[in-house]
Design a protein around this ligand. Structure first.
Ligand code: BJW
Ligand code: ZN
Length: 229
């Protein structure tokens, strides 16, 4: 069975990382137009670097939880039958043992030169004064995908969705496109669709089945079902 799994901030919530749209989430405390748009970065790059420096520090201090571990187990037992796509920019899937992981919204651990497109591993603390090794420009940015920017590897994701038998979304509100539309692409390809979320997300009615609860309970239980245990 070919499976595509899409994860969102909810899968890392029980590892202590913030979600975006829950009460008390990042967008309740910060204006997303200031922190997650190219225009916000142009207005105040120091503010944006600081926001991502704090989130990098939180991600480094966090540990994968049983939901990340269960998906890594599923991937190991099913080889290339499982495509794991995450909107998260933390590295908890990798640290749980998942490989490969498609980071469609980029990574906290990458730096990107806005002037020439050169990429390099982000230091623990990114600073405005860090110059680009390729072109010398200042103001490096985190290698993440902001609103209005093109998410990564959409061709690869679309191809996996077009030939999958099952699509599963875990811990994502379904508020951000194109990820929120993957359930439609999967259904159009004849796949079954399953939502695993603390509470039904914005796209809940598009899924064949939904299960509500914490990811650390729902995901290991579902993986056991798939692996026949
Ligand atoms: C638990 C839990 C527990 C809690 N267990 N569950 C079509 C229609 C309308 C608009 C658009 C459209 N297509 C594109 C757009 C525009 C825009 C968009 O979607 N806007 C919407 C707001 C409507 N999209 C874009 O701009 C995207 N780019 C694009 O489409 O490019 C094409 C293009 C480009 C240029 C020209 C023309 C076309 C880019 C989107 C980039 C999103 N970036 C961010 C920031 C990235 C870096 C960072 O992390 O800071 O990505 S925003 C933020 O939202 C982040 C996340 O990855 C993303 C999704 O959030 P997620 O993961 O779903 O988190 P939450 O908080 O929303 O939900 C958490 C869920 O977990 C909740 O449901 C909880 O209940 C649950 N939960 N605890 C299980 N323990
Ligand atoms: Zn450069």
């Amino acid at each position: 069975m070919r499976i595509v799994i899409l994860t969102g901030a909810g899968i890392s919530a029980e590892s202590g990382l913030d979600t975006f749209r829950d009460a008390g989430g990042l967008w309740a405390r910060h204006d997303l137009a200031d922190l997650a748009t190219p225009e916000g970065f142009a207005r105040d790059p120091a503010l944006v670097l600081d926001f991502y420096n704090q989130r990098r520090r939180a991600a480094c201090a966090a540990k994968p939880n049983p939901a990340h571990a269960a998906l890594a187990r599923l991937q190991k037992d099913n080889g290339d039958q499982v495509t794991l796509v995450t909107q998260n920019i933390d590295d908890l899937h990798e640290r749980a043992g998942s490989d490969p992981v498609i980071h469609m919204h980029g990574s906290l651990f990458g730096a990107l030169c806005g002037a020439c497109g050169h990429r390099w591993p982000a230091p623990k603390v990114m600073r405005l004064a860090d110059g680009c090794q390729a072109c010398g420009a200042g103001s490096p940015r985190p290698d993440v995908v902001w609103f209005g920017e093109m998410p990564h590897q959409l061709d690869r994701i679309s191809a996996a969705l077009a030939r999958c038998d099952l699509f599963v979304a875990v811990g994502t509100s379904g508020a951000v496109y194109p990820a929120a539309g993957f359930v439609d692409l999967a259904r159009d390809s004849g796949a079954e669709t399953l939502e695993l979320n603390l509470e039904p997300g914005d796209r809940a009615s598009a899924f064949d089945t939904g299960r509500a609860g914490p990811a650390s309970d729902l995901v290991p239980a579902w993986v056991d079902e798939v692996l026949g245990r």
